[in-house]
Write a protein that binds this ligand. Structure first.
Ligand SMILES: Cc1cc2nc3c(=O)[nH]c(=O)nc-3n(C[C@H](O)[C@H](O)[C@H](O)COP(=O)(O)O)c2cc1C
Length: 198
């Protein structure tokens, strides 16, 4: 399988990236894994012209948005992670996903028909980290808001979400907690399991 990791944390040794690495390290070695640090990309914001409908290339000058949209389109599974910023995903994550609209779903030229998700049957997982402790982190204006934004993205693609992780109270942690590592391993197993065993 081609498994694509999209990390939106600028802190490459922080808790979002650290938890995503736990998932990556628990995958069998036969998979082709690609890891993208979104903050290092050059992606212009979506212009909202919808010229990419139904499945054409974005009209903006070539940048990393075109490249990553292709990676999303052709990956067999996706792991997305963003720190919780103001109860949501980071700005660069949002910008990249807006640019990836037609890599997730096919939209008719008229825009009147229901979009067709392009990734039905494919698996995905979500990670976020935040400073608020549980149960505050589960409020919609905290980490749950970031999870919900990422879930909306994956739902547009029709992915089967096999797991999501909130690393809460991150400021007080020293390293990735054991329970988070265990959850990450479970997600790795589910991502690569044969459909019949789920
Ligand atoms: C701009 C900004 C906004 C933030 N907003 C929130 C928030 O709404 N709720 C929260 O619990 N933590 C918030 N935090 C704290 C981060 O979520 C926390 O530092 C987290 O560990 C970052 O993830 P990372 O370790 O992967 O970088 C914010 C941090 C920054 C820099």
């Amino acid at each position: 399988m081609n498994i694509l990791f999209l990390n939106a944390s600028p802190r490459l040794n922080g808790y979002t990236a650290g938890t995503m690495k736990c998932i990556k390290n628990a995958l069998d070695s036969e998979h082709i894994v690609q890891w993208i640090n979104i903050n290092n990309l050059n992606v212009k914001p979506c212009q909202g012209c919808l010229q990419c409908r139904p499945d054409k290339s974005c009209i903006l000058p070539q940048d990393d948005g075109h490249r990553i949209a292709k990676l999303i389109r052709y990956a067999d599974a996706l792991v997305i992670g963003s720190p919780t910023y103001f109860g949501n995903v980071t700005g660069p994550f949002r910008t990249l996903i807006d640019r990836s609209l037609t890599a997730l779903e096919e939209i008719s030229s008229s825009g009147l028909e229901m979009p067709r998700p392009l990734h039905i049957g494919q698996r995905a997982a979500i990670v976020t980290a935040c400073n608020s402790p549980s149960p505050l982190s589960e409020l919609p204006n905290q980490a749950a808001g970031a999870l919900s934004a990422m879930q909306t993205t994956l739902d547009a693609g029709g992915y089967d979400i096999v797991g999501s992780i909130i690393v809460d109270a991150a400021a007080g942690l020293v390293g990735i907690p054991q329970n988070i590592e265990n959850l990450a391993k479970q997600i790795a197993v589910a991502l690569q399991a044969s459909p019949a065993s789920l």
